[in-house]
Design a protein around this ligand. Structure first.
Ligand code: SAM
Length: 760
């Protein structure tokens, strides 16, 4: 854990006062504590958090291991409502102390089912600074693997109840340029199903303009619907997260391999892409909207330099002072001066770009990759940009990783500056060409076109157009800004023929500028009158308020053959008005129903049956006829968990008669809070079941069942786990017999903790 260049570079930057340096370096070399966050809607999260606080922490207090006191998990002081925790315990303790081992398996189960998220403490910060609300339109531009996306989704669903989703009116787009990593996003999102989610696969620096049709809120109320209906706009966002790719040296405590390879040119190289991503975000932001720019790097070239260059190139933005937003967060202010290194040897002799440029021969100038924006702005410019409002987190301050956050807000330009660019914007222009007459034009990150090939420019409108329309007169003659929606655009995005054609030949730019196929299936909304939708409505007891018009399938024909997804209105508009290939749309909305497969379903003449999926149930629940929800108690739940297919006759009354009287199909059961021997259900639980001729199945996956069992009964009573334990015991006995044959004892071969767990 040593890198001479790292120390030399950061000392040259004066990132910290001298008297903090040793503490900083020591913290960098110390393993990072485990941190996790209780996830989900506020109501559900609070309940699980109380379990940790009131049950687990007392059990883990006053533990002595090998003669030393072990600290219990502690709440991270700055995280709202105490929902994030830090555990500073060596792996050996977790493996060997029975109390911590139990807590560890609790964490593993709850993480697997998505109730807990293992996440670095500092990585939890950007969403907190974004302050997302359920009606916001949000984009997470570099989102994979998705820990911050999950936080943003939770904020959109903050008003969910314990059992039902709140159906937010906003939008969250999670984007990543890496196709494979977008699948991590889809997986992550399945933990918190949302009709407001879209996952896309784009280079964020050229994110395409998204078309949306006009909406009531865009126009003055006296706008004629005919006029409003014909216009469409570029979607602008209320909140944007730019958690950009970076050199990652703030994660050295976790990723110790970085010590070996760290060199400052990595940061220099990423600087330009980072600016372009932030600039693209700024161009997609609504007036009054907010962007959080963040990195897990300590390097000012990837941080303040990027923010300064972006602010200088696009007027109308300011850094927001968020220093008191999380009062218990200990941080340092952003830097206003630094000295980029111009090579791997940490040559930090050039205080300005001009000095550097003048030192180069013509040949070297041609080869140089340094940009003017690598250097800090002039001191008074740095002051006027308020770079000190950026937030720097260092590992020794609160035992975390290193991190950087800047919060930018879009402000309307003052009226007298609308025609004459203000001082800052003139300077921004000047940055592009400070020595044009004497030296080669310096390369700037902004030299890249902001919407090159692959990104649509066809409907790129002046920023804030929505606001302007709101204030302005009704545009009877349709004006020249909004474009018209053609009839074909109102139809499903693609025909089966077009789809086949696209699959055959069409190629698109992928990550790294390469050309890759976009293989995703198209998204087609199903007509609410479709017989299958009607059958679902009837058999799944959905009320007429159910938004059947927002159900989509993933095939060009629009046939509801397997899975049905549900979106909210804004997601539907986006899917319908944008070519899914041009948008590189990976997923939209959330899966709610799936076709029931099986021998019975395949029999000829049998009407296809759909079932409500556990993951989609919170979204669907508010639309199920209350009288169709079956009531049950903890005893029933226990029976359903202990066997795969418990017989209807095996239940106790009144559930026995209730279930026996139902026809085969998908049902939803509400389990009332209650207590039986060794188990308490503290709050109601709503789960899907499938009733067949003689038996019932709880339709949740194995891991979710195990987590639930652990929470309710303090042990895993599920049939899958019992089967696994039995198999393990059988193989242990077989092994044991073999060993005994060779003259050894079982204990010689099986570690003590394993023998223990087998007997459990
Ligand atoms: C720091 S990670 C993001 C971590 C993520 N926000 C989270 O909290 O889980 C940066 C991500 O940016 C992606 N990326 C790299 N270049 C990109 C680009 N040009 N456009 C969009 N994403 C990009 C990488 O694939 C990587 O997943």
């Amino acid at each position: 854990m040593h890198n001479e260049r790292f120390e030399r570079y950061y000392k040259a930057q004066s990132i910290l006062p001298d008297d903090e340096w040793d503490r900083f370096m020591e913290a960098m070399r110390t393993p990072l504590p485990t941190t996790f966050r209780v996830t989900g809607s506020r109501q559900a999260a609070r309940l699980l958090n109380d379990t940790i606080k009131d049950i687990h922490v007392p059990h883990l207090t006053n533990i002595i291991f090998e003669g030393e006191a072990v600290p219990p998990p502690a709440q991270i002081p700055w995280y709202p409502e105490g929902l994030a925790w830090q555990l500073n315990v060596a792996k050996k303790v977790v493996r060997k102390s029975p109390e911590f081992k139990k807590f560890h398996s609790f964490l593993v189960y709850e993480t697997e089912v998505g109730n807990i998220s293992r996440q670095e403490a500092v990585s939890m910060l950007p969403p907190l600074f974004l302050e997302v609300e359920p009606h916001h339109r949000v984009i997470d531009m570099c989102a994979a693997p998705g820990s911050k996306t999950a936080q943003l989704l939770e904020a959109m669903h903050a008003h969910d109840s314990m059992t039902a989703s709140s159906y937010p009116s906003g939008l969250l787009i999670a984007n990543d340029s890496d196709y494979k990593r977008t699948h991590m996003l889809i997986h992550q999102a399945a933990r918190l199903p949302s009709p407001a989610l879209i996952v896309t696969n784009h280079d964020a620096s050229i994110y395409p303009a998204i078309k949306i049709p006009s909406e009531q809120s865009v126009f003055p109320s006296n706008t004629k619907p005919r006029v409003a209906a014909k216009k469409q706009y570029q979607l602008l966002f209320d909140r944007i997260l730019c958690d950009v790719p970076c050199s990652g040296d703030g994660t050295l405590r976790k990723n110790v391999a970085i010590w070996k390879h760290w060199q400052p040119m990595d940061g220099n190289g990423l600087h330009s892409l980072q600016i372009r991503i932030l600039q693209r975000g700024m161009r997609m932001l609504k007036k009054g909207g907010r962007i959080v720019y963040s990195t897990c790097s300590l390097n000012p070239v990837e941080n303040e330099a990027v923010v300064a260059a972006a602010l200088q190139s696009i007027p109308g933005f300011e850094l927001v002072d968020m220093s008191n937003h999380l009062p218990c967060l200990v941080h340092r202010h952003g830097m206003i001066s630094w000295v980029p290194t111009v090579d791997r040897n940490i040559t930090t002799d050039f205080l300005t770009y001009e000095d550097y440029w003048n030192s180069l021969s013509e040949e070297k100038r041609q080869q140089s990759k340094m940009l003017e924006s690598h250097w800090p702005p002039m001191p008074e410019e740095a002051q006027s940009l308020n770079l000190t409002r950026c937030i720097r987190i260092y590992p020794h301050l609160q035992d975390t990783g290193g991190f950087f956050i800047a919060v930018l807000q879009k402000v309307p330009p003052p009226p007298d500056n609308r025609r004459n660019p203000d001082r800052r914007s003139r300077q921004a222009e000047a940055v592009g060409d400070p020595y044009a007459s004497t030296v080669k034009k310096p390369k700037l990150a902004d030299d890249q076109p902001s919407t090159p090939e692959g990104a649509s420019t066809d409907i790129e409108l002046p920023e804030g157009i929505e606001d302007e329309l709101l204030d302005g007169p009704e545009d009877e003659d349709e004006g020249n800004l909004p474009t018209e929606v053609s009839e074909s655009q109102r139809r499903p995005a693609i025909s089966p023929e077009e789809f086949k054609q696209q699959q055959k030949g069409k190629k698109h730019r992928g990550d790294g500028g390469g050309v890759v196929h976009f293989k995703e299936n198209p998204f087609t909304f199903v007509s609410p009158g479709d017989p299958i939708i009607q059958t679902c409505m009837r058999k799944l007891h959905l009320q007429s308020s159910f938004p059947a018009q927002n159900i989509l399938v993933r095939n060009p024909e629009g046939d509801p053959v397997r899975s049905l997804y549900m979106t909210n209105d804004i997601v539907k508009h986006i899917v319908q008005h944008n070519d899914y290939v041009r948008m590189r749309l990976m997923t939209a909305g959330t899966k709610v129903f799936a076709k029931q497969e099986g021998v019975e379903a395949k029999r000829e003449g049998v009407e296809p049956q759909f079932r409500t999926l556990a993951e989609g149930l919170p979204v669907v629940l508010p639309y199920i006829e209350p009288g169709a929800i079956l009531e049950a108690d903890v005893v029933t739940l226990k029976i359903l968990m202990e066997a795969y297919y418990p017989l209807c006759t095996g239940f106790t009354e009144p559930f026995k008669s209730l279930i026996e009287s139902q026809v085969t199909g998908s049902y939803v059961v509400r389990f009332r809070p209650g207590q039986i021997k060794n188990a308490t259900l503290f709050c109601e639980l709503v789960l899907p079941i499938w009733k067949s001729n003689v038996s019932v199945t709880l339709m949740i996956d194995k891991k979710a069942k195990s987590a639930l069992s652990l929470r309710l009964f303090g042990e895993d009573i599920t049939v899958a786990t019992k089967d696994a334990a039995r198999k393990k015991q059988e193989s242990t006995l077989t092994d044991g017999a073999a060993i005994l044959k060779e003259g050894a004892t079982i204990e010689d071969r099986i570690p003590p903790e394993k023998t223990g767990s087998t007997s459990e």
